[in-house]
Design a protein around this ligand. Structure first.
Ligand code: F0G
Length: 482
């Protein structure tokens, strides 16, 4: 992506790729949309793709592949053991992260399962800048506890702080002093911190965390799923690294990390995951688990075609003009919404544009899932599918009480190289309409509530007939219902 200025002064992000394969989209009229969201229990995860116009649910496994990735997939060496494709990925990992050992896994959470199984014992404390849903679930499943040591600024929805994903070093030190290496198996640093709005950490901060870990003899694990965005922001926002290439910054980050794991559904624009390290001890502790849960060590549950795509995709991640595609579209969206008074997470991060539901629908209490209600309303108003990232995405505590989320967000993820600027503009327009009519939106209540990761397949209903009122208002303003 390149930001260019039009003759009239407007600045836009310009796509630096062309589309050579297309997929037809449906834009159903509003009556069909409300039927679809009702059938989906007001849970955007349960919508059928054929009922979705712009799928901004996630960037996971849906980033567009390049011609080079597709070409590489044809060369995949399909064998259970010793596949040439595996050695290609292993070599690429060594080249990019300078890590000797690579363990493939079928996706990011599989890596988390392996890490938690290998290192988290009952009573363990795992400090991290911020949790991710699946990460926390795996740590808790092993009897561990997550301790977030994010800087306070990180939880401020509106801010101009460039690195809201940073760890607060004092908070980390005091955890280290309280529990020591005996109770703390590792510190987890998440790149492009997902649940607080795709916010990056600064390389200076990671280095300081590394020094602290060294002082106490504690391992540092990097979740690199959203590393591409974080790399872009370090280069953009951290003065000391502006002259460095993305490859050089990556190496500095990798040098700070004892273990790196990632979802290749995000990093590398493919589908799969992996763990890499220079420690034979760590490799040894985890490899049995890979063969037990994932597959043999040279495929680990991944399709070899995806492994080929990953090797090329990782290489493409080292290209600034490629990894800026998400963040620049997001910045455009955030700017346009902010100009019109819509509450969004700032500064613009990676991954997606995040609406702040706690202000967008400030009349809905957290017990009625404001972010879930807003995600459902946005789908009705636009056919755009976003994702609730608020209280619904949390789990109840041991006594069955709700854990109210720190932030009530609706995430509108922008998969890379998939959408065009006119589609982004359509989404912005319908959000503006919804914001004007926000008082019509009301809360949701559960009709089916699973006990684990409930946001994935739980079903809810509106607490009143507010959705029909929203449809009626929409048809007044857009008489063809589109
Ligand atoms: N870590 C981070 C930071 C993630 O964002 C994800 C996935 C995972 C781990 C787990 O990886 O899905 O391959 O098992 N995030 C997806 C999302 C689900 O939509 O944000 P996975």
């Amino acid at each position: 992506m390149t930001v260019v200025r039009f003759y009239n002064g407007e600045q836009i992000p310009l796509e630096m790729h062309k589309t050579r394969i297309v997929q037809k989209l449906n834009l159903n009229p509003v009556e069909q949309r409300v039927e679809a969201i009702t059938a989906a229990g007001n849970n955007t995860f349960l919508l059928k793709n054929r009922d979705v116009f712009l799928d901004l649910l996630t960037d996971s496994g849906v980033n567009a592949m390049s011609d080079k990735q597709l070409a590489a997939m044809m060369e995949a060496d399909d064998s259970y053991a010793g596949s040439e494709t595996f050695y290609k990925v292993e070599k690429k990992i060594k080249e990019i992260f300078d890590k000797e050992y690579f363990l493939p896994a079928h996706q990011g959470r599989a890596c988390e399962n392996i890490l938690a199984n290998a290192y988290v014992k009952p009573g363990a404390i795992v400090p991290m800048n911020y949790h991710f849903t699946t990460t926390k679930a795996h740590i808790v499943l092993q009897g561990g506890t997550v301790e977030e040591v994010l800087i306070d600024e990180g939880l401020k929805v509106t801010s101009d702080y460039p690195f809201k994903g940073n760890i607060d070093l004092d908070k980390l030190r005091s955890l280290f002093e309280r529990y020591g290496a005996a109770r703390i198996p590792f510190v987890r640093m998440e790149a492009g911190t997902n649940l607080i709005g795709g916010q990056p950490f600064a390389l200076e901060n990671l280095r300081a965390v590394r020094r602290l870990c060294d002082e106490f003899g504690i391992m540092l694990v990097l979740d690199a799923s959203l590393l591409a965005d974080n790399l872009y922001f370090i280069k953009e926002r951290e003065a000391a690294y502006q002259e460095m290439s993305i490859g050089e910054i990556t190496r500095l980050i990798a040098d700070c990390s004892d273990i790196i794991y990632f979802s290749a559904r995000k990093l590398g624009c493919a589908r799969g995951g992996g763990i890499c390290t220079n420690s034979f001890e760590a490799y040894n502790a985890m490899r049995e688990l890979v063969t037990l849960y994932e597959g043999f060590l040279t495929y680990g549950g991944m399709s070899v075609r995806e492994m080929e795509a990953l090797a090329v995709g990782l290489d493409e991640t080292m290209d600034e003009e490629m990894i800026n595609q998400g963040p620049q579209f997001i910045a455009y969206m955030v700017d346009e919404l902010q100009k019109n008074g819509v509450p969004v997470v700032t500064p613009a991060g990676g991954l997606g544009c995040h609406l702040d539901a706690s202000r967008f629908v400030d009349h809905i209490p957290q017990s009625q899932y404001p972010a879930g209600a807003l995600a459902a309303a946005l789908y009705i108003a636009s056919g755009v599918r976003g994702m609730e990232r608020g209280t619904l995405s949390e789990a109840r505590d041991a006594t069955g009480q709700e854990t109210f989320a720190d932030m009530e967000l609706v995430r509108l993820a922008l998969p890379r190289r998939v959408f065009t600027l006119s589609q982004v503009k359509y989404a912005i327009d319908r959000i503006l309409w919804l914001y004007e009519n926000r008082k019509l939106i009301e809360g949701l209540t559960f009709v089916e509530e699973p006990s684990v990761l409930r946001f994935f397949f739980g079903k809810l209903q509106p607490i009143s007939d507010w959705q029909s009122k929203l449809v009626a208002m929409f048809k007044e303003d857009f008489d063809n219902g589109l």
